[in-house]
Design a binder for this molecule. Structure first.
Ligand SMILES: Nc1nc2c(ncn2[C@@H]2O[C@H](COP(=O)(O)OP(=O)(O)OP(=O)(O)O)[C@@H](O)[C@H]2O)c(=O)[nH]1
Ligand SMILES: [Mg+2]
Length: 419
């Protein structure tokens, strides 16, 4: 039921820029007209409502967007690579698997997040033309797209979620009203993982999720509950189950509600149904419990016995009525279409010594630029030098102690510092 999967996504590689010269009749030496390569495609994740599990990512785990097309003569720009959009169920949480950083929490259908950038397209030689070098004979290679390992984690989505203290009788209730067969036992913490059941009502149905019991401090990580609190946020309605044989049902109730509020104040807005159960043990005691709670809450509290199947039909009908009105309400809400873009990668760079006569430069823009330069092409070294000078990289290298002849590493590329 709980789902977590790591997949690898990669943006497409950028297309190469090309070297080309204008050919016109009677003009022997035309100017440069090599076009730029197209950008590599990007990878997006989108929340949809017709996929319920991460099953499709169990077999296939690597995804790459389309590559950019190379530029052409006559300043023709290569087409950008095709973007790739992967569908995930609403309720999917996405983390960077390496850093653990939260990338997005796709709660609403339509929400889309960019998870991997495509590589930049290389520049054609036309871009490098200047007054002093009017016919540059070099161009840039396309850059590789970003590769990211992301962890997808799915929150359970249910119409109704069962909440309550351990041993309150939640699983027994689930077993009585749904097709699910949860483990039931006379001790706390029997339920270790959420379990989903389907409840039939006439010709309709709704889902009921059994969740591990909550204890005091659950919102801070005590007991089993914390990991599962996030699932509670995905339920339309909450059924708060209270053991009628408890000496103080009002305190039991408040303990759970306090934890929920501490975890997420928005949970207060989720409709609740309150039921005292195990009424078969002592009917009079159950009446007293329900009356105390009812007075405390200012609303009706149901009395049921999951074991005897008493009061459960009426409870199921009440739940279903609320589920239906919640479904109608959320269907009316405009489907939100939010694109959460990841922050643009850093533009700054830094320089560090990595050994005798060796330095490394970090910083995406600078590193990418140098990596993309095809150093075999005539004049491209000068261009790298010119740009590094302009961006202040050479000054930073010298300040860090680099001297002529030292090797400078830019990602995959090596370059020699020379006057
Ligand atoms: N007599 C009686 N006993 C019940 C009833 N409901 C549950 N119980 C008993 O209460 C104990 C706990 O029931 P569970 O359904 O496992 O409780 P739970 O809330 O799921 O507990 P955790 O999973 O540990 O949080 C078991 O021994 C059940 O048989 C009921 O309606 N009547
Ligand atoms: Mg249980």
């Amino acid at each position: 039921m709980l789902d977590a999967i790591v997949i690898h996504v990669a943006g497409g590689t950028g297309g190469h820029g090309v070297v080309s010269y204008r050919r016109e009749k009677f003009v022997p030496e035309g100017g440069p007209d090599g076009g730029d390569g197209g950008r590599g495609g990007r990878v997006f994740l989108r929340a949809v409502d017709d996929v319920y599990t991460l099953e499709q990512y169990r077999s296939k785990k690597k995804f790459q967007a389309g590559n950019g097309v190379n530029g052409g003569p006559n300043l023709r720009k290569g087409a950008n690579g095709a973007d790739l959009t992967l569908d995930v169920p609403a309720g999917t949480i996405i983390h960077d698997d390496e850093t653990g950083e939260l990338i997005a929490d796709l709660e609403t259908v339509g929400e889309t997040v960019l998870v991997a950038y495509g590589g930049r397209g290389g520049w054609g030689n036309k871009r490098f033309a200047t007054s002093t070098n009017q016919t540059p004979s070099f161009s840039q290679k396309g850059h590789e797209g970003e590769t990211v390992a992301i962890r997808l984690e799915l929150r359970l989505l249910a119409d109704v979620g069962l909440i309550g203290l351990p041993n309150a009788g939640k699983s027994t209730l689930l077993a009585n009203v749904s097709n699910a067969r949860p483990k039931i036992a006379a001790y706390p913490f029997t339920t270790l993982e959420p379990m989903l059941g389907v409840v039939n009502v006439d010709y309709d149905r709704f889902t009921l999720a059994d969740l591990p019991g909550l204890v005091e401090g659950a919102s801070e990580g005590y007991g089993l509950g914390f990991e599962f609190l996030k699932h509670i946020r995905r339920c339309r309605v909450l059924l708060h189950v209270i053991d009628s044989s408890s000496p103080d049902p009002v305190t039991d109730y408040e303990l759970i509600e306090t934890e929920l509020r501490a975890y997420d104040a928005k949970l207060d807005d989720v409709p609740r149904v309150v039921a005292v159960t195990k009424a078969d043990l002592d009917e009079a005691a159950a009446e007293v419990s329900a009356a105390a709670l009812s007075a405390h809450l200012g609303k009706a509290v149901r009395i049921v016995s999951a074991d005897a199947g008493e009061g459960t039909d009426a409870l199921v009908r009440e739940l279903f009525a609320i589920v239906q009105s919640e479904r109608a309400r959320t269907a009316d809400e405009e489907p939100e279409e939010i694109t959460v873009l990841r922050p643009e990668p850093r533009e700054r760079f830094s320089v560090r010594p990595i050994g005798p006569g060796r330095f490394a430069v970090d910083g995406r823009r600078v590193v990418t630029f140098v990596e993309m330069m095809d150093t075999d092409m005539e004049g491209s070294q000068d261009e790298v030098h010119r740009r590094l000078e302009r961006w202040g990289v050479i000054r930073a290298l010298r300040r860090a102690g680099a001297v002529d002849g030292d090797v400078v590493v830019f990602g995959e590329a090596e370059w020699r510092l020379e006057e």
